[in-house]
Design a protein around this ligand. Sequence first.
Ligand code: ATP
Length: 247
Amino acid sequence: MAADLQNNDSPFRRHSQGDPEWIPQKDLRSPSRGIGLLGGTFNPIHNGHLYIAKAVQRHFDLDRVLFIPSADPPHKQGSNLPDARHRATMVRLAIADDPEFALCDIELARPGRSYSVETVEALRQTFSDPLFFIIGMDAFREIATWRDPERLLTLCHFVVVSRAGFPFNEVASIPLFADLDHAPLKEMDAGTRVSYSAAVAPGMAIHFLSLPPMPVSASNIRDNLSTSRACLPAAVASYILRHGLYA
Ligand code: ATP
């Protein structure tokens, strides 16, 4: 069992007027080029997460990327999750040096299962900026099993990035995307094309983006902690050891 969180490990900081820090201060709040949303279990956060967040942020010139730890992920039930605050604190440590990254605690503050459609609906109340939901192909291929995927696709853009072992053209077998032109996805899998954007709802698109793969996963890190330190930000590796996580 992981050690309890210590008070000085609290993952959240607040602006003086009370807003969480992932909401820019009111006078700075004007519509931007866009905000990336990277949801995940972050069990633990690793260099693969940081890599896709930075690559997408640069590709779309996004103002910032919000890292959104899932409190109670519907798709990772029974996977022996450490307390959400441990996972959130590791996110905070991992992104501390990057002013374009922020930790967003919206799912931790909400009771019950963490459904992305509810999260994005809530963020749309806060931001007028275009929202880009960043996701690896391994997770995107499951989207039809998520809560209300049709609605989710109308609320934000999606940016689907490569994940080793998960070809983009798997999308062709998802009935939700039957109308999509699949030929560009095959070209991406063949390495002859790097991106493809498909309109899916009024004003919203799915952007497929081929990135050089970074074959790292949280499950592999949990299973081989002693040999996986190089896949973790140093502060996260220290935190895991200090709190006896994944021992
Ligand atoms: P696990 O191995 O426990 O399933 P994970 O490494 O996939 O975990 P998550 O927190 O579940 O980590 O992932 C959050 C998001 O980041 C998902 O959309 C996932 O596809 C994406 N992601 C994680 N690692 C990578 C990677 N190495 N390359 C591309 N996408 C990644």
